[in-house]
Design a protein around this ligand. Structure first.
Ligand code: SF4
Ligand code: SF4
Length: 392
C-alpha cells in the first residue's frame, strides 16, 4: 500500500520533566476476579498524605502550558469513592491546577454506580470509563464477582443508567483467544445498549495461537463493515481498533505524542507512592518489579530509568513496511507477552498487520462513499467531543 510516512521519532522526545499523564492506584482491592487481571488484590489504599505527594510531584513535572491527564485506577477505584472525592479536592486546590489544563478520569469495572457518584463526576468534569466484555455469555465468564457470580446484570444496568448522564461513556471490552470470534457480537451488544464510544483491547497475556492470528483479518474485517454501515446511516460509533489505526494512517504514522511515553511522560503510582512506568506494570506493587522508586521518600529517578519504550528489536521490524503504523513500541504489551519491553510477540505482529490492512481498506471504502475523513486526522468527531467537553 502507498501511504505517507511520519518521520518523527519518539526516542528524541523523552524528557522526565514532561509528565502529561499519571495514574493513581487508590486501592488494590476489587470486588471482581476477572480472568485476565494482572493486579494483585490486597487491602492497600492510598492515604491522603501519599496522594498529596503524588499530586505535588506530578504538577511539578508537568510543563506549565501542557495538558495533564490524571486517572483513578485500581483494583476498583469506586470502592474508595470517599477517598477519591478528597483526592480530587487536593488536585483542584493545587496552585498549578486549572480546569483547562487538567482532565480527570475514573476507570471502573461498572459494578458500582449511583446518583451521588454521577453528580460528583458531572460537577467535577470527570471522565467516567467502564469495562464490559460484552453480552452475558462473555461478561459472566470473564468478569465474575469474588464469590464466582457473574457481573453482567449489574454492569448492564449501570451502563444504561450511566449513559443517561454520560452519553459518550467510553466502554472498554477485553477479548482473548477464547472470545475473539464473538468480537462483532460484543460491538452489537454495546451499541444496542446505546454505547457510542467502544474500546476493544486484546488480552495481551492470553494464549494466542497461529489459528487466532489467521482469524484476525476476517474478524476485524467484520468490525470494519459494521463501522462503515454506522457511518453511512449517519450514526457513527467510535470503535478504537478501527478509528485509531485509521487516524494513524491518515497522519502518516505514529508521531511522538501518539506513542506512549511510559516511564518519562507517563507514570503510575501505587498506593504507597511506588512509581511505575505504566499502570499495566504495577502488578503486585512490590516496589521491585518494574518499579522506578518511591515518590514519598524521594527515591524516584526517572532520568536514569531504563524502562522507556523504543522501537522493537525484532529483526523483522527494521525491514517491515508497516513499522510506522505498528504499535511495536508498546513496552507494556511487549513485556506482558514476551517478558521484554522491546520484543514484539508473534500475536502482536499478526494483530497489527491485520489491523493496518483493515484500517487502510476502510479508508479507501469510506473515500469511495464520499465520507469526509478530515476529522480522523486529529481523531474522530466523537473523540473530539469527548476531548473537548468531557464525556457529557
Ligand atoms: S475489575 Fe479490574 S482490578 Fe478488578 S479483577 Fe477485574 S481487571 Fe482486575
Ligand atoms: S507488523 Fe510485525 S514486523 Fe512489522 S513492524 Fe509491526 S511487529 Fe514489526
Amino acid at each position: 500500500m502507498t501511504i505517507k510516512k511520519n518521520k518523527s521519532s519518539a526516542s528524541s522526545f523523552f524528557n522526565p520533566k514532561q509528565i502529561t499523564k499519571c495514574t493513581l492506584f487508590v486501592t488494590h482491592e476489587c470486588n471482581l476476579r476477572c480472568q485476565y487481571c494482572y493486579i494483585e488484590k490486597k487491602n492497600a489504599v492510598m492515604s491522603l498524605d501519599v496522594a498529596q505527594k503524588v499530586v505535588d510531584f506530578v504538577f511539578q513535572k508537568n510543563p506549565k502550558d501542557w495538558k495533564l491527564e490524571i486517572g483513578f485506577f485500581g483494583g476498583e477505584p469506586l470502592l474508595e469513592f470517599e477517598r477519591i472525592k478528597l483526592i480530587v479536592e487536593l488536585i483542584k486546590n493545587h496552585s498549578a491546577y486549572s480546569s483547562s489544563k487538567v482532565s480527570i478520569s475514573i476507570n471502573s469495572n461498572g459494578t458500582i454506580f449511583n446518583k451521588e457518584i454521577s453528580d460528583f463526576m458531572l460537577s467535577n468534569d470527570i471522565v467516567f470509563c467502564v469495562s464490559c466484555d460484552g453480552p452475558q455469555k462473555m461478561q459472566d465468564v470473564t468478569r465474575k464477582y469474588k464469590n464466582g457470580q457473574g457481573s453482567s446484570a449489574t454492569v448492564e444496568k449501570n451502563i444504561q443508567e450511566a449513559l443517561l448522564y454520560f452519553p459518550f461513556l467510553p466502554v472498554n471490552a477485553v477479548y482473548s483467544d477464547q472470545t475473539l470470534q464473538y468480537l462483532p457480537q460484543t460491538v452489537d451488544y454495546l451499541v444496542n445498549l446505546g454505547v457510542k464510544n467502544i474500546y476493544l483491547n486484546p488480552d495481551i497475556s492470553a494464549k494466542w495461537t497461529q489459528s487466532n492470528a489467521e482469524q484476525f483479518p476476517e474478524i476485524y474485517g467484520v468490525l470494519a463493515e459494521t463501522y462503515i454501515q454506522f457511518y453511512l446511516q449517519g450514526k457513527p460509533k467510535f470503535i478504537s481498533l478501527i478509528d485509531n489505526k485509521m487516524s494513524i494512517i491518515l497522519r502518516g504514522g505514529y508521531g511522538p505524542f501518539d506513542r506512549c511515553r511510559m516511564g518519562s511522560g507517563e507514570l503510575a503510582f501505587g498506593t504507597t507512592g511506588n512509581v511505575y512506568p505504566c499502570e499495566r506494570l504495577v502488578g503486585f506493587d512490590d516496589g521491585k518489579t518494574n518499579c522506578m522508586g518511591n515518590v514519598v521518600d524521594g527515591t524516584i529517578k526517572p532520568a536514569s530509568c531504563k524502562i522507556v519504550p523504543s522501537a522493537a528489536t525484532n529483526t523483522e521490524c527494521s525491514q517491515c513496511g508497516f513499522s510506522e503504523y505498528c504499535m511495536n513500541w508498546c513496552g507494556c504489551t511487549n513485556y506482558h507477552s514476551t517478558g521484554s519491553y522491546d520484543m514484539v510477540s508473534a500475536f502482536m505482529c499478526a494483530h497489527e498487520r491485520a489491523m493496518i490492512n483493515v484500517a487502510y481498506q476502510t479508508i479507501q471504502r469510506m473515500n469511495g462513499y464520499g465520507v469526509d475523513l478530515s476529522h480522523h486526522v486529529q481523531g474522530t468527531p466523537l473523540v473530539n467531543v469527548v476531548t473537548n467537553f468531557g464525556n457529557r
